[in-house]
Write a protein that binds this ligand. Sequence first.
Ligand code: ZN
Length: 143
Amino acid sequence: MAIYHEVTPRRTFMGKLKFGADLLEELTAVCVENDIRLGRVEALGAVRQARIGYYDQQAKEYDFHEMDEPLEITKLIGNISLRDGKPMVHAHITLADSEGNAYGGHLAPGTIIFATEFIITAYDGPDFVREYDKPTGLPLWKL
Ligand code: ZN
């Protein structure tokens, strides 16, 4: 059975991120600056290089793929919740190369911005706190 809470959109932020900065760090910084503890993030644009994760469910650890080439962000979608008392952005990203081939996965540090436009919506609602989840090995929401 699904476990969930009702949340209410409160504020929306829209902007662009800094050329040459780390994509995940920049999104997280916007959340920290505005005390966003719960929310949604989406973005599009381009990156100079990317690092994305694939979670190996048997080994219970991430394998990371690094792509050292310019790529289009065709979709970035994620949520914002709390881990260790601080806002954490969990985002997945789909990237396209010069041939239009798409790659996707869990956004990891090491993805460097070329140009990125974002929208973040902050929600009012209960705290969604990430804690270690034994069956998956992942930091999932304790609801
Ligand atoms: Zn993920």
